[in-house]
Design a protein around this ligand. Structure first.
Ligand SMILES: Nc1ncnc2c1ncn2[C@@H]1O[C@H](COP(=O)(O)OP(=O)(O)OP(=O)(O)O)[C@@H](O)[C@H]1O
Ligand SMILES: [Mg+2]
Length: 500
């Protein structure tokens, strides 16, 4: 952030908004910046009024009132930086908004370079100020910063003989990796907790403990889920083209690949029939590539209870980037962005804006975050999303064919501890025409119940009975399926090489 902020201040931007929950760390950086630029830094909060950062004990409570404060900034003839902490609630007041605009306007005809920084965890710009305020992202700590923090902390505690450190170099690096995605304070707390749990020892166990803590923290943020429940690619039946595309990119995020001249892959969109393995593939990419998997709930992006949609997306992207290389799985993306371009959605404006920033990020992102998006309802899929350049590839996942079904039967029988060789997989595959992978899995389970109830081992007849009673979803939704196939023929690449 420091460089960006430095640049804005030198360029005489009058109003900046720094979005972060890490007030202390941000203040420290602003303070250093003030010193480097030889500028007075003054801190405001609604409780203490105005305080000169160099003289922290002297508070000017007469400036607790936001209007008074802004007037004094406007009248001040000296250059300086004003940091207004948690100021956003006051932006509801028309007078406050107006004063901020006046400060912005006055900057151009003043000699003194004045910068007002709004610092707080949320970003909610009133429309009147959108043009006047520049938003600065305060990034989560980098691995170098976390590394230094870890070193400082262990040195300090070891010196005081408070803890015993038993970490080799590799474990240290892994521990730093585990802390990525956390704020500095969160990382400290997670480490402290791990040490207490291990009764004063900091060793390899801390990696697990910190990762567990990180899952909690990411989940609490509401939108992202750190996904553990990954799947082995061998448990995905069929879809050979897609699987080999992914296999070819196993080392896509290594330095070797960069040196070789390869760009990092951006992501894929999986469109297709329900229950045919789109989500399953998303989960298996993570284990194949050995990268952490974050799941973004596109539907909740717009649920107002979690916060403002734009801010939600920003946060999610920031978290994903901070633990990069990582996989960001956006499941059922059409559910989040179905309002784009339609006027009958009440907040079409917000949806379009959030969608716009998502697409921009997708196309321009620098950090190695691989996006796996899935969709099964193309009617809700905005056309901009499938345009060239957004994803590396759009795959169409169709119903499995005969051979693929045989493979899926084998996988699911084996998953339930049955020996696939004892079943006639060809017959099962023939009798499960038009069924999806999910339906085949269900048939295995239903067959097991039959056998369990009758008190005997699972037999072919159980499975065939179940199949006789099963009506495939694809039969019930024949027209939708045909429409989907027609759409895919134009725009997507088949996930399988098998002829249809
Ligand atoms: N190709 C497959 N190979 C093995 N199992 C499969 C396959 N496709 C689906 N399944 C089984 O069905 C379950 C549901 O599939 P999945 O959730 O991946 O479907 P989906 O394509 O995401 O469907 P939806 O569009 O409804 O989200 C999987 O967890 C898996 O057990
Ligand atoms: Mg799914």
């Amino acid at each position: 952030m420091r460089d960006e902020l430095d640049l804005y201040i030198r360029a005489r931007y009058p109003l900046l908004w720094v979005v972060t929950a890490e007030e202390q760390r941000a203040l420290r950086e602003i303070d250093e910046l003030g010193k480097a630029q030889r500028k007075r830094v003054q801190l405001w909060s609604t409780t203490r009024g105005l305080v000169n950062a160099a003289l922290p004990d002297r508070e000017d409570t007469s400036k607790r009132d936001p209007l008074q404060l802004l007037k004094s900034i406007l009248d001040d003839s000296e250059a300086g930086i004003w940091v207004l902490r948690d100021f956003h609630p006051f932006l509801k007041d028309a007078g406050v908004v107006r004063r901020l605009r006046e400060i912005a306007f006055s900057q151009s005809d003043q000699k003194a370079n004045k910068t007002v920084i709004l610092l707080g965890p949320v970003l909610k710009l009133p429309p009147e100020l959108e043009k006047e305020i520049a938003v600065v992202d305060f990034d989560l700590p980098t691995s170098e910063q976390l590394q230094r923090r870890l070193d400082d902390m262990t040195a300090r505690l070891q010196e005081a003989s408070r803890i015993e450190v038993r970490l080799d170099r590799r474990q240290r690096a892994q521990l730093v990796q585990a802390c990525l995605g956390l704020t500095a304070v969160e990382a400290d707390n997670a480490l402290a907790k791990a040490v207490v749990q291990a009764e004063g020892v900091l060793d390899g166990r801390a990696i697990e403990a910190v990762t567990a803590e990180k899952k909690q923290i990411i989940r609490k943020s509401g939108l992202l889920e750190y996904y553990d429940n990954t799947e082995l690619i061998d448990n995905v039946g069929g879809l050979d083209t897609l699987k080999s595309w992914l296999r070819k990119r196993v080392r896509a995020f290594t330095d070797e690949a960069r040196v070789f001249g390869l760009p990092a892959p951006k992501g894929i969109l999986l469109v297709g029939v329900q229950g045919c393995g789109k989500s399953l593939i998303a989960r298996s990419v993570a284990s194949m590539w050995r990268l952490p998997l974050l799941r973004l709930d596109a539907g909740r992006l717009f649920a107002s209870l979690v916060g403002s949609s734009e801010e939600n997306l920003r946060q999610a992207i920031k978290t994903a980037e901070s633990i990069a290389p990582a996989i960001l799985w956006v499941d059922e993306i059409e559910k989040g962005f179905s309002g784009v371009g339609s006027s009958n959605v009440s907040d079409a404006g917000t949806t379009a804006r959030v969608f716009g920033s998502f697409v921009t990020w997708l196309q321009e992102k620098q950090k190695p975050v691989f996006v796996v998006a899935t969709a099964n309802d193309i009617s809700g899929l905005p056309a901009e999303l499938v345009r060239k350049g957004r994803f590396d590839e759009i795959f169409f996942v169709d119903l499995p064919d005969m051979d693929e079904r045989r493979e899926i039967w084998r996988i699911h029988l084996a998953k339930r501890n049955r020996e696939p060789a004892q079943f006639d997989l060809d017959t099962l595959a023939i009798h499960s025409d038009r069924l999806s992978g999910a339906e085949i899995e269900q048939a295995v389970i239903a067959g097991l119940y039959e056998a369990f109830d009758a008190g005997r081992p699972l037999a072919m007849s159980d499975l065939l009975d179940v199949l006789g009673e099963t009506v495939a979803l694809s039969t019930m939704m024949r027209e939708e399926l045909e429409a989907l196939r027609a759409w895919a023929q134009q725009r997507a690449r088949p996930a399988t090489s098998r002829p249809r």
